[in-house]
Ligand binder design. Structure first.
Ligand code: PAF
Length: 286
């Protein structure tokens, strides 16, 4: 595996691969790699001839400086994992390489970026669009891989790709969970052992809400999830919305057809955790 820190070096490696007629898979990450990231890498490895993984803690998508400061950085361990996973190129630039001058681009991401994470973290999705579009321009991958834990992020990236006219297959990959159900996240390492024991209540509650949803209204299902999660120590739900999975618009009632997605953000102490669950179509709800 080659570790590349410059955009020029990345472009050269990728263009050599392309000249050999290879398909290229891109897995963008912010490092602190866990099994969830490695499942994206494994999928990219299985579906492409040449795999690029980027590790870059992108400052423009952090609206909370403390979150940026404390975001885990574990480059040595990360590169060992990527090497073992058979990645061809690990692209690990520093911030000056990516942003030699401030990126002033504002993307017209539309309604998908305005709700939930978009409403709670102003500027976050524009920052995601900035970095992912740069990576798409440098690598022009055949396919790019993203985890469904950040469900709304995938909708935003699809919109950005459409706006910029990228001919790239965006592949969404299922959430990876710890054995107790907690969605894998780089932020989990910041939980105290007591918080870590409680945090799986998020997934347990979302899971049981699928049963609740069968004979309760959407509003009652939201209440059930929020009240249950908040009844545990350290846990404070920031939002829980049940939304249309394409438009990301929160719904007031169960739709007569089609799946819905319940998206939650919970503060466990000061660690912000996110998760989601799909509700099947045509719930028997009132
Ligand atoms: O999901 C993430 O880790 C980041 O938002 C991404 C897509 C790597 C962009 O920085």
């Amino acid at each position: 595996m080659e570790i590349i820190r410059s955009i020029k070096g990345l472009r050269e490696a990728v263009s050599a691969a392309r000249q050999r007629g290879l398909s290229i898979g891109l897995v963008p990450t912010m490092g602190a790699l866990h099994a969830g990231h490695l499942s994206l890498v494994a999928r990219a490895r299985a579906e492409n001839d040449f795999v690029v993984t980027s590790i870059f803690v992108n400052p423009t998508q952090f609206n909370n400086p403390e979150d940026l400061r404390t975001y885990p950085r574990t480059e040595e361990a990360d590169t060992a994992k990527l090497e073992k996973a058979g990645v061809d190129v690990a692209f690990i630039p520093d911030a000056d390489e990516i942003y030699p001058e401030p990126d002033t681009r504002i993307f017209d991401l539309g309604p998908v970026a305005e709700t939930m994470e978009g409403a709670m973290r102003p500027g976050h999705f524009n920052g995601v669009a900035q970095i992912v579009s740069k990576l798409f321009y440098y690598v022009t991958p055949t396919r790019a891989y993203f985890g469904e834990k950040d469900f709304q992020q995938i909708a935003v990236i699809r919109r950005m790709a459409e706006l910029e006219g990228f001919d790239i297959e965006i592949v969404d990959c299922p959430i990876c969970r710890e054995s107790d159900g907690l969605a894998m996240s780089s932020r989990n390492v910041r939980l105290t052992s007591e918080q870590r024991e409680i945090a799986p209540v998020i997934h347990r509650t979302l899971d049981s809400s699928r049963d609740w949803a069968r004979d309760h209204s959407l509003e009652s299902t939201k209440r059930y999830v929020i009240d249950t999660v908040n009844s545990f120590p350290h846990m404070q739900t920031e939002y829980f919305e049940i939304a249309d999975p394409l438009t990301m618009q929160p719904l007031q009632e169960w739709p007569s057809e089609g799946e819905t997605v319940g998206c939650i953000t919970v503060y466990c102490g000061d660690v912000r955790l996110i998760d989601n669950i799909k509700y099947p179509p045509k719930n028997l709800s009132k």
